[in-house]
Design a protein around this ligand. Structure first.
Ligand code: SF4
Ligand code: SF4
Length: 80
């Protein structure tokens, strides 16, 4: 069983993560939109939008993406 300190550390780490979308890889198949439990993605004709605030970092989208266009990274890496 995890201690309160460990849980706090995990929560702090999760807060620092974001979804990174590689537009060059994405073929707009829509699988991530279907699998996301929090409706983070919205699909348009040529692009996706991502509402990072809704994301719970479950990683379902990055696992299902057939072309590895989605990854979960630190905010620092995404903003670089
Ligand atoms: S699952 Fe991957 S390829 Fe499909 S729309 Fe999402 S990011 Fe693009
Ligand atoms: S990690 Fe989970 S909640 Fe976040 S965008 Fe992907 S599927 Fe949605």
């Amino acid at each position: 069983m995890k201690s309160s300190f460990q849980i706090l550390e995990i929560l702090k780490w999760q807060e620092k993560k974001m979804i990174k979308w590689d537009q060059n890889r994405c073929d707009l198949c829509g699988l991530c939109v279907c699998v996301c439990p929090e409706n983070v993605f919205e699909m348009f004709e040529k692009y996706l939008t991502i509402d990072q605030d809704k994301c719970i970092n479950c990683e379902k989208c990055s696992i299902i993406c057939p072309v590895t266009a989605l990854s979960i990274q630190s905010k620092e890496a995404v903003n670089d």
